[in-house]
Design a protein around this ligand. Structure first.
Ligand code: HEM
Ligand code: NAG
Ligand code: NAG
Ligand code: NAG
Ligand code: NAG
Ligand code: NAG
Ligand code: NAG
Ligand code: NAG
Length: 533
C-alpha cells in the first residue's frame, strides 16, 4: 500500500459546494456515502470490515483467502457491471443496473456467479432515494476506497433500466481493435482503455469455473475457487498490476495465459509500447489519481436523459434523526447532529431553533457515538437530544404546539452553523400523533396531527415496496380529510385512517402548498399501543 498523492481527488472534498439540507435524496445519498462504519453505518458496512475479512452472505465460513476473493469480486463485479453496454453515439446503456435481470446474467459474456451475488449485496442499500444503479456505483466506490484505493467522486441520481440492455461486454478472446472500439463507444480513448483495464485488474482475477479455457484447476487449498489473480496483491488497490507486468514477473492470466488468443490484457497493456503501464509502474500516485478519475467517469456513464446530482460531499454539520411527534398538548422533537471530521466526544453542542411566533429555544446535546468512512480516513462525532433524569433517558425536547418549529441551527464549540443564514428548515405541518393505535392484530389506526392553517391538500401514508422490476416504489394511501375538524390541541387537528394487514412500516406524507414532504422514518404499527387500552 502507498500514501495517496496530494493531487488525487481528495481535493474534491474541499472544493465542491455542499448541498442545502434538507433534501431527502441528497441527505440519504450523503449518509450512504459517508456514514460507512459505526453509528448509522450504511448497508455495506458489514462487507467492508477490511479487505481480508469480507463476509459474503451465502458463503460465510470460507477461508480468509476465499473471502478476499469475494471482496475483490464484489468490487470487480460492481466495476465490471458498469459501462460496457454504453453507446456514446446513441446515448443508450451505461450504469443503469440492467445486470439485475436474469437474462443478462445468463449471457456467456457475463459468465460466473459474481453478478448475482453482488446484486444481493447491492440490494441491501437500495431505497426510495437510492436506485439499484446508484447502489452499484456506491458499492464500487466503497470497495475501491476501503481496499486501499483512491477516493472516487460520487454522484447520485442514476435510473434503473426497465429491461435488459444490448450485449456488448468485452471478452478476452476478442482482438485489440474490437476492444479499442468497445471503449470508444463508451467515450474512452485507447490510453484510457489501457488505464481502466489496469485499474480494474488490480483486484481479483479469472476463475476456472466460468473460464475453464483460460484458467486450469489450481489444486490450491488457499484458493478453493481456482481464481488466477491479476497481481500478487489481488485484494488491494495498488500498482502491482503494472510493476509485475513491466518487470516480467506477472502471473496475470490475461497476460501469460497458455492460450494467447485470450491474452487480452497483454494486447491492451502493450498497445502503446508499454508507455502507460510503465508510467503506472513508476508512480503509484499517478496510477491512483488516474484510476480515481477514470472510475468516476465510468460510474457516471449513464443513458442520455439521466441527470446526476453534483458530487456529494459531506455536510460539515448535518442534522439527522429529526422526528416530530404530537403527544397531546406537547410537540416532541427528537434530533441528532453529525459533526464531520472529528472524534471529539467533548464538544459543546447546542441545538437552537426558531418557531412560528418569533420565539427561539435551545437544548444542549449529549455525545452519542462515532462513525467513520473511507477505511477510517474520516471520522464523525454524533450528538443528540438526550437528558437523563432519575436514570430515565428522555430523547426529545418538549415544544409548545402553537409555537411549533420552523428551523434549527447548531452552535458547536462557540461556532454557529446555520447554513449561511438559511437555517436547517423543519416541516412541522404534519406528524404522527401518539394517539395512533392497534385496533386488533394486523389492523391499526394512524392518527396524523395536521397544523391548522397549513395548506395541506393531501395527507397520506407511504408504503415502501418493491415492484416486479426490483425497483423501490412508494405506494400512497390517502387519508381522507376529516369531515369535522378533530382538534388535538390548540394548533393541530387529526386526520385518521385505518389500515389492515399492516405488516410493514408506513412513512407519512403530505402535500403542502403543492410540495410533497415525507417523514424521515417509517412507523411500524406493531409498536403502537392497543386502541382499547
Ligand atoms: C477488454 C476489457 C476487459 C476484459 C476482456 C476483461 C476480462 C475479464 C475477465 C475474463 C475476468 C474474469 C471474471 C471471472 O473470473 O468471473 C475479469 C475480471 C475482472 N475484471 Fe475485467 N476485463 C476487462 C476490463 C475491465 C475493466 C475496465 C475493469 C474495471 C475498471 C475490470 C475489472 C475487473 C475486475 C475487478 C475483475 C476481478 C473479478 C473477480 O475477481 O471476481 N475489467 N475481467
Ligand atoms: C490438479 O490435480 C489433478 C488431480 O490430481 C491433476 O490431474 C491436475 O494436473 C492438477 N493440476 C495442477 C494445475 O496442478
Ligand atoms: C484458444 O482460444 C480460442 C478462443 O477461445 C479457441 O478458439 C482456440 O481453440 C484455443 N486454442 C487452443 C490451442 O486451445
Ligand atoms: C512490454 O512489456 C512486456 C512485459 O515486460 C514485454 O514482454 C514487451 O516486450 C514490452 N513491449 C514493448 C513494445 O516494449
Ligand atoms: C479535518 O480536521 C483537521 C483538524 O482536526 C484538519 O487539519 C483537516 O484539514 C480536516 N480535513 C478535512 C478534509 O476537512
Ligand atoms: C438558551 O436558552 C436560555 C433560556 O432558555 C437562554 O438563557 C440562553 O441564552 C440560550 N442559549 C443560547 C446559546 O441561545
Ligand atoms: C377505524 O376502526 C375503528 C374500529 O374498528 C372504528 O371504530 C373507526 O371508526 C375506524 N376509523 C376510520 C377512520 O375508519
Ligand atoms: C394550496 O396549494 C394548492 C397547490 O399548490 C394551490 O393550488 C392552492 O391555491 C393553495 N391554497 C391556498 C389557500 O393557498
Amino acid at each position: 500500500m502507498f500514501h495517496h498523492a496530494p493531487f488525487s481527488t481528495l481535493a474534491f472534498l474541499a472544493t465542491v459546494c455542499a448541498y442545502t439540507w434538507p433534501s431527502p435524496q441528497l441527505d440519504e445519498l450523503e449518509s450512504a456515502r459517508f456514514d460507512q462504519k459505526g453509528l448509522h453505518a450504511n448497508a455495506f458496512s458489514g462487507f467492508l470490515g477490511s479487505c481480508d475479512s469480507f463476509i459474503f452472505g451465502p458463503n460465510t465460513g470460507r477461508s480468509n483467502a476465499a473471502d478476499w476473493i469475494r471482496m475483490a469480486r464484489f468490487s470487480e463485479t460492481s466495476l465490471r457491471i458498469m459501462t460496457w453496454r454504453h453507446n456514446s453515439k446513441d446515448g443508450t446503456g451505461g450504469l443503469d443496473a440492467s445486470i439485475r435481470f436474469a437474462e443478462e446474467q445468463a449471457r456467456a459474456e457475463n459468465a460466473g456467479n459474481g453478478f448475482a451475488n453482488t446484486m444481493i449485496v447491492v440490494g441491501t442499500q437500495v431505497s426510495r432515494y437510492i436506485s439499484n444503479a446508484d447502489a452499484i456505483a456506491l458499492a464500487a466506490v466503497m470497495a475501491i476506497e476501503n481496499c486501499g484505493g483512491p477516493e472516487v467522486a460520487f454522484r447520485g441520481g442514476r435510473i434503473d433500466a426497465t429491461e435488459p440492455n444490448a450485449p456488448g461486454v468485452p471478452e478476452p478472446e476478442q482482438d485489440l481493435d474490437s476492444h479499442i472500439a468497445a471503449f470508444a463507444r463508451q467515450g474512452f480513448t485507447k490510453t484510457e482503455m489501457i488505464s481502466l483495464v489496469a485499474c480494474g485488474h488490480t483486484f481479483g482475477g479469472v476463475q476456472h469455473d466460468p473460464f475453464p479455457d483460460i484458467v486450469n484447476v489450481l489444486n490450491d487449498t488457499a484458493d478453493t475457487e481456482d481464481v488466477a489473480h491479476f497481481d500478487s496483491t489481488f485484494a488491494t488497490f495498488d500498482n502491482n498490476v503494472a510493476t509485475e507486468y513491466i518487470s516480467g514477473t506477472t502471473q496475470n492470466p490475461l497476460v501469460v495465459g497458455f492460450n494467447d488468443t485470450t491474452n487480452s490484457d497483454k494486447r491492451i497493456f502493450g498497445s502503446d509500447g508499454n508507455t502507460t503501464m510503465l508510467s503506472f509502474a513508476n508512480s503509484p500516485a499517478l496510477f491512483a489519481s488516474t484510476c480515481a478519475d477514470l472510475f468516476a467517469r465510468m460510474i457516471d456513464t449513464v443513458p442520455n436523459g439521466v441527470v446526476l446530482t453534483d458530487v456529494i460531499t459531506p455536510l460539515p454539520v448535518k442534522p439527522s434523526d429529526v422526528v416530530l411527534t404530537m403527544n397531546g398538548d406537547v410537540l416532541e422533537l427528537s434530533a441528532s447532529v453529525r459533526l464531520w471530521n472529528t472524534t471529539d466526544t467533548t464538544s459543546s453542542v447546542t441545538m437552537l431553533w426558531k418557531d412560528h411566533i418569533g420565539g427561539t429555544g435551545n437544548d444542549t446535546l449529549a455525545f452519542w457515538d462515532l462513525s467513520s468512512a473511507t477505511g477510517g480516513k474520516y471520522s464523525a462525532a454524533w450528538y443528540r437530544v438526550a437528558t437523563v433524569t432519575n436514570a430515565v433517558l428522555t430523547d426529545f425536547v418538549s415544544l409548545d404546539p402553537a409555537a411549533g418549529i420552523t428551523s434549527m441551527s447548531f452552535l458547536v464549540d462557540g461556532q454557529l452553523d446555520d447554513q449561511n443564514g438559511l437555517g436547517f428548515a423543519i416541516q412541522d405541518g404534519f406528524m404522527l400523533s401518539k394517539t395512533s393505535c392497534q385496533i386488533e392484530f394486523l389492523s391499526a389506526r394512524f392518527d396524523v396531527a395536521v397544523r391548522n392553517g397549513v395548506n395541506a391538500t393531501r395527507v397520506y401514508l407511504e408504503q415502501i415496496t418493491t415492484d416486479t422490476l426490483q425497483r423501490v416504489v412508494v405506494v400512497e394511501i390517502d387519508i381522507p380529510p376529516p369531515s369535522q375538524p378533530v382538534a388535538i390541541n390548540s394548533a393541530y387537528s387529526l386526520w385518521s385512517v385505518n389500515v389492515t394487514n399492516p405488516n410493514v412500516g408506513y412513512a407519512i406524507g403530505a402535500e403542502i402548498d403543492g410540495i410533497k414532504y415525507s417523514t424521515t422514518i417509517a412507523y411500524g404499527v406493531t409498536a403502537f399501543p392497543s386502541c382499547s387500552a
